[in-house]
Design a protein around this ligand. Sequence first.
Ligand code: DOR
Ligand code: ZN
Length: 347
Amino acid sequence: MASPDTITIRRPDDWHLHFRDGETMRAVVPHTARQFARAIVMPNLSPPVTTTSMAAAYRDRIVAAVPAGVAFTPLMTAYLTDDTDPDDLAQGFESGVLTAAKLYPAGATTNSASGVTDIRKIDRVLERMAEIGMPLCVHGEVTSADIDIFDREAVFIERVLAPLIERMPELRVIFEHITTRQAVDFVDSAGENVAATITPQHLHINRNAILVGGIRPHMYCLPVAKREEHRLGLRKAATSGSAKYFLGTDSAPHHRHAKESDCGCAGIFNAPFALESYLTVFEEEGAIDRFEAFASLNGPGFYRLPVNEDEVTLERADIPVPYEVDGGDARVVPFHAGERLGWRLRA
Ligand code: DOR
Ligand code: ZN
């Protein structure tokens, strides 16, 4: 069967995203609001969004940055620390301010210094979340200095995630931005309470993209891209039709100078062409018919939220991706910069 020239699907959501704050936030929110109806907003600001009231205030700042006439709803998360108050979290979830809570192992990534130092320290919080059905978003990497950076996700499954789910089989867990075959195997074999998001970059690049021919800081994110066999495993999972996998861009803007530095920040800014980037993968895999499930149905299904009623259309077009875009106080280099994409989201 020939590939179609347009595809119309229910409006998608982004189930994992970084907006930052201030001028950067105001510059990047329109990109996401153009493509998605809702997004799970990560709380790793500085200082982090650790309470319900901080999340409500952050939500209001995001809403104020949505362009007039655009319908977009940020779904807020709270950043778990060793001292998170289970009552505040439960109140935030039950009042609708919080959609989920985010586990950053302390030191795993950008602004994670206040994260959880030992998962056992938040058992009471996690038990409460399991009780009320509040989803847990997990950055799944161990942080021990003796574990190789390319092994940190696989070791996290063994040491932290599998035991956690064993202890709390009711807890609803999203294994965020998975990067390995081990993660796919784990999610496939876990119960219905375990799902995963997959980013566009981990479907497009392997670790060579970061290191071959020179260091490419704009291809660097965490968890870092792995070997080709892992990329292929992720493509298979995303396009498999399994309801356990859904779209989460992990779009993470850092200003150009902060990436191109002697200690460049982790994060890939993919918001401007996220849908076009994912659809390219689904087409290459001969799975355009499964794109809607991944982008628009599986996420709401897992989060127990209604699917969006309106639709979007993507059409074939030859789209040059700019080398940089406005990032508020400075420029940001988008994913696919300087490349051409074969699809365009119709305005
Ligand atoms: O690459 C990443 N960037 N991974 C993360 O986990 C955090 C994110 C960020 O906030 O920049
Ligand atoms: Zn992230």
